[in-house]
Structures are given as C-alpha cells and as structure tokens.
Design a protein. Sequence first.
Lengths: 221, 409
Amino acid sequence: MSESILSARGLAKTYLSGDRRIEVLRGVDLDVAAGESVAIRGESGSGKSTLLNLLAGLDAAEAGRLEWTGMPVTTADATRRRAIFLGMVFQAFYLIPEIDALANVLMASRILRAPGAADRARARDLLARVGLTERSTHLPAQLSGGERQRVAVARALMNTPKLLLADEPTGNLDEHTGDAVIELLLSLCRETGTALVLVTHNIAHAEKTNRQLFLHEGVLR
Amino acid sequence: MPWYLYLAFKQLFPTKRFPFFTAISVLGVALGVMVLIIVTSVMGGFGYEIRRMIVETEGEVTVKTTTTIDDVPAALREIRASPGVAAASPFVKGPVMLMAAGHPAFPLFRGLEVGSVEDVTKLSRYVSPVGALAKLDDDSVILSAQLVQTLGAHLGDEIEIYSPLLIENLKNDEVFLPRRFRVVGQLYIGHQQLDSSTVYGTLRAAQEIYGLGRNVHGINVRLKPDAPEEAAVAVLNARLPAKLRGYLWMESWADFLWVLNLEKSINFFLLLFIVIIAAFSVMSSLLISVVRKTREIGLLGALGASARQVALCFCAQAFVIGVSGTTLGVAAGFGVLAIRNDLVHGIANLLQREETLRQFYQFSDLPAHTLPRDLILIIVAAIAISTLAGLFPAWRAARLKPVEALRNE
C-alpha cells in the first residue's frame, strides 16, 4: 500500500434544522493512499457532500483531525494549500461563463501564479486529453453538459493535484455521457497517479474504483 | 496580471457578448464627469475672460498710495526700470457728477495718459468708433456702454461734469462751474461690472477736475509676458518708495474673484452628486453581480482564492468602471466644449433669441477654460467615488463562505 495522502480521523459535523440538531457526520475516519480511487455512496442527505467539503478544507469539522500529505489542515492555511494539493469536480460544473474553455482550465493555475507558456501548453494538453481541442475557444454556454464536465475535469487536474474530489460529477448528465466522464476521470487519475474520492449514487460507477465506502447515519463503512 | 484583475476585466467585458450592465454603469459615471467638465470649464472660462478683460483694461498691476503720487516722473522711472515690467501709465480715478440732457449720473471718472495707456492696456480694442481713444483730448470723453444706455447719450453730445471740489468751493462761497466735454466714443468691454458707469477722459482733464496739479492717483503697470506675476510684483515693491505699493490684479479684484470661485465651487459640489448617483448605480450592478455569481465565488474559493482576492476582484471592477466612465466623460466633455458655441447659437437661433442672449449675458460666445487643477480634481473624485462604490459589494463577496456559496441555488 502507498503512503496515505489524506487522513481523516473522527470528523464530526452537526447542522441545526429549526430546534433540531442533526448529526450529519459522527466520527468519520478515512485514509486515501496516493493514486488510489475511493467511491463514497449513500442516500440523499446522508452527508456525502458535507464530508467532501470537510475533506477539501472548505468547511470546518466540529471534531476530528484532517491531514493532507501528513500535515494537519488548519483554517488558516487550507485556502493556500488547497490550490496545490487537490482538485475538485462538481455536479453543476461551475465553469466561469465569461471565459472560454481554455481560460477556464487555466483559471486553476492563474490563482497560484500568472500563467506562463508551460501552463498554457499544459491546459491545451489537458483539453486534448479530455477530447476538447476543437472546443478550446468556446464559451461554456456553447458546450454540451458532458463537454462542460470534461472542461471541469481538465481544470481540476491543471495544478497536478495529489487528490481529486468529485462530488456526483455525473448527476447532471445522461447515462451514456456520465459513463464516459467517469471513464475519463478514472483513466486520467490512473495516468497521472492522482488519488480520487468519488461521491456517487451510481453503483456501476462506484464499482470501477479501487474501494467502495457507504455513508449511513453519519458513519462511513 | 493577477487573476482577480483578469477576471474583473472578463466579467465587465465578456467575450462575444455586449456588456449591458457595464455599459450602463460606465455611462452613468461618464455623464457625471462630462457635466462636471463642461460646467467647470465654462465657469473657468468666465473667470479667464474676466481676468483677460481686467488685465486688458487696467494692466496686471496697479501702483497706489494712500493719498496721491506726487513725483510721477520719478515713480514711472522706477517702475519702468523694474525687471518684469513692460510698461506703465499713470491715471486719476474718482467719482464725479455728470449731467447730460438734464439727466444726472454719478459715474467714475478715469483720467488716462493717452500717449502711454495703450502700452499698458488694450482699451482701444473695446472703444467705438475705432481710433476714438487716440483722438481723446482735454475736452472730450468716452462713456462706458452702460452709461450711454442710461443717459441716452449720442456721439457728439455735450455733457457737463461737476467736480467733488464743488462742495469745498461752496463752503467758501466760491462759484465752481462744471466742465463741459464732448462725447467722442463709447467703451464696451462685454462684462456688466467692467462696463458699469465710467467716463474716460485725459489725465490732464482728470487732474484739473480733482485739483491734483501734476499728481496722480495711481499707475497702471503691464508685466512682461514671461514674468511670473507675483514675483515681479514683489521685486517691484522692493524697489518702490515705502509709501507706494503695487497690487496685483487678483488683489484689487479679490472680492469679485472670491464670489466667482464660490459659484464655481458650489456648482462643482452640486454636480458631483451626479457622479455619486452614478456610483450607486455601480454599487447596485455589482451587488447584482455578487448575487448572480455566488456559486462562481464559491468555486474561486474552492480553487484556492482567498477572501481578500475575491474582494479585490469586485473592487477592481468598480475601479475599471470608474476609469472607463471618467475617460469617456472627459472625452465627451471636451467634445461638447468644442462645439459649445454652435450649440448655444443653434438653440438661440431656433428660439429666435440670439439678440437677447447677447444683451443679457454680455459674452457673444460662451467662454471655456479648463484649469489642469480642476481637471485632475474631477478625474480623481470620479474614480475614487466609483471605486468606493465597489467596497460594499466586495465586502459582501468576501464574506461568502465557499461551501455555502457552492450550495447556493
């Protein structure tokens, strides 16, 4: 087994719904090794997206400990480290509508530094690998749902992250397109040695990963 | 270019799409700046024209004393030898009583040295008929336009001028007869205050009316064109005897210029509200943008953008709107100023009121003069106000937590 790049211990999260306290996560433990792909399934509202947000450092857990490459993640340094350590793919793509596909991919590196020729070459290469060379100058509105998600995948891989977190990336796509996106995601992660945490409802997609976990009543098994 | 500037530009001017919200915000700022430039320049133009008229009728400097200047040739020698001085001409000035065809008036009599007055002033430019000033003798006078109108006087008419010495003479039971003058011209400068009740005669006639002998009330001085006014007056005053002092035109007309500046400042302050209202439009469109782009703001956070950078992105948008609007406004303002006279004459012509315009506003053309200081003030104020308008939307955007922003429906 490779070294663990993500380690979560006892993550807990509670939401208030009116007067009720809902324990969404109750001491979640998770280790992800470099290059490993892990699927997390669960019913709607089971806290899959909440867990992913905690793992990405976008939200703070009420209890527990999170480490990226052996280093504890704190609120103070999460933003800066996130851009280098991980990439994210969302169900709703979240492409910036005013800029074309190539610029959307480059946006990930632009946040770290002014993009140079090497960055532009990598963005073009990633677009080629997701099969969108011809669509690089198209705006998101001119792309189909599947194409938009492929741009989002290319963007997530732009900074050569160690971990890719995908939150129901096929949720807005038809079955055929969804299958193609998952195949692409898995093959790119394999090629680049990027670990993948895939949140999905789709059993077939989950079965394509190295490990499958199920989140039920706030506990990950 | 930092990503937040790049994204600010892209959000304001998106590819392949007309930037509707940006255009409205930019136009608002541009409109305010344009109106500010036009009004400030026209007000500046009035000031500039008045300065020109004062200088052209009295020279830049007036040398005066508390009583009268007795050794006029010595004073003139000293003044003319001062560096920065181009020419000097003595004058006598004081109130008199005037009777013309049974109508009384109490104008100011201004006695000029015909031989030297044209070296200092450009009075002849305003006198009609042409050459009347040069032909002025001890028995003739030129009346200001307003006085001609009040008295209904015509060229060649005889008028009588009573000296203030008449009162002193009456105390001694002496008879002091009025002096008769022939009207040989009228002086029309084009500004109400300068065209007010004045009689222009020769220096000798004025000295006689006031019983001054060879003394004068003051000396008008023209400075060399390249001489800095205040420095030249300081040098001149250092050379003059203690009882004489040179006053720059700005000091002599300080109250009038203060009122003019006050009018200009009030106009600037009131018109600045157009820019402030435009800034509210900038703020409103940026707030809409923050709401519309909530999930994108969340995405930027997920990509590693800090709250400060997100705030800068919206501040930069307000700054770019301010700069674009100001640039457009300055260009439009100067564009309108370039055709201002065509516009004014066109409107007056259309309403058949061109003559009324000339009669009441004195200026046949609308003057305009933009001071670099005013221009810089307008540019800085417009950009600063627009940028400040972006602070609230920027703060709202920065406060959004990525996880909540991404969850936003």
